[in-house]
Design a protein around this ligand. Sequence first.
Ligand code: NAD
Ligand code: AHE
Ligand code: ZN
Length: 339
Amino acid sequence: MWEVHSNALCHTDIYTLSGQDPEGLFPSILGHEAGTEVESVGEGVVGLQPGDKVIPCYTPQCGEPDCIFCFPPRGKRTNLCPKIRGTQGGGVMPDGTSRFTDAEGKEIKHFMGCSTFSEYTVVADISCAKVSDSAPLDVCSLLGCGVSTGLGAVWNTLNVEGGSSVAVFGLGAVGLAVIQGSQMRGAARIFAIDTNPKKFEIAKELGATDCVNPKDYDKPIQQVLVGMTKWGIDYTFDCTGNTEVMRAALESAHRGWGESCVIGVAAAGKEISTRPFQLVTGRKWTGTAFGGFKGRSEVPPLIDAYEAGRLKLDHYITHRFQGVEGGQWGCRWMPKEQD
Ligand code: NAD
Ligand code: AHE
Ligand code: ZN
């Protein structure tokens, strides 16, 4: 059992709460970006003990030699270990049971294997990224999903190289992390696109060179961006979940080699489309889950980098909300006067 100290809010929690997730189950306890401490461990669990600080990761890493998704050589290609995906999607622990009930004893479902909007939760051992004893748990919560996802999309999924151009559609925590990751990689030009201009200030601070509001133009944003660059942008990222924006991101990518990454999660029934000509002329369309990071082995180094001053994360915390009875802290980036 894990004591939850702090939470951040990912748009995916809001999306599932809205009822648009085809996998959404109710009643459930949402939340999947948290800094937690181990309160107790179940039978047979090794490598974790009470008092350990842990970031629950919704992408597990079983690490077993027969798991082709975890183990080299093919396991190097992905973080999508499927070991407990079935039960996780069904809102239960790997043994098929839920550990939550309401006051009448009626079952409450788990969510994304994390359910961190609770004072205590139960998480599968293979989903636990044990971090250093000195790791600040509020900052840890940022790495449970959104910020890791944005950084990893740049560093792992598209592997952006120095000197390239990048376009980021949607400037929530995920999009801002894409900007930060691109800046750290030495991208020469970073386009930050959002329909809410209040996001542009922080985007520029993180390294955006061009801020573009699609509402300022009367033609499709992909035409605007291609016009600003002649042949398009080397790497583009959708961080909105809007399928029209995903199309715009693909169609903004550079003729011949541009790559576009879908990060946003689209509502049930939505589909993406483009003219096949966009692919024939060399653009590539891909996507990422958790930025390609393997939870147990690749998330702890991120907090180590933060503690060593090599990775800045404090700017994602602009507001803090304390829970009832001095309980959890919540934090997440949002503009000071959100619309
Ligand atoms: P957020 O709500 O904080 O940010 C979304 C941003 O997109 C906002 O700034 C909003 O103004 C902007 N936006 C909305 N419509 C737009 C449009 N038409 N054009 C340009 N900008 C637009 O969300 P977030 O927490 O940063 O998450 C972003 C998306 O990524 C969500 O869909 C979330 O579910 C998804 N997500 C996916 C993964 C993954 O592993 N694939 C991980 C985390 C989040
Ligand atoms: N259940 C949805 C899809 C939801 C989805 O795509 N989730 C992302 C993570 S969002 C994190 O904030 C993901 O990584 N999915 C991989 C997985 O295995 O769930 C649907 O459309 O059915
Ligand atoms: Zn998330």
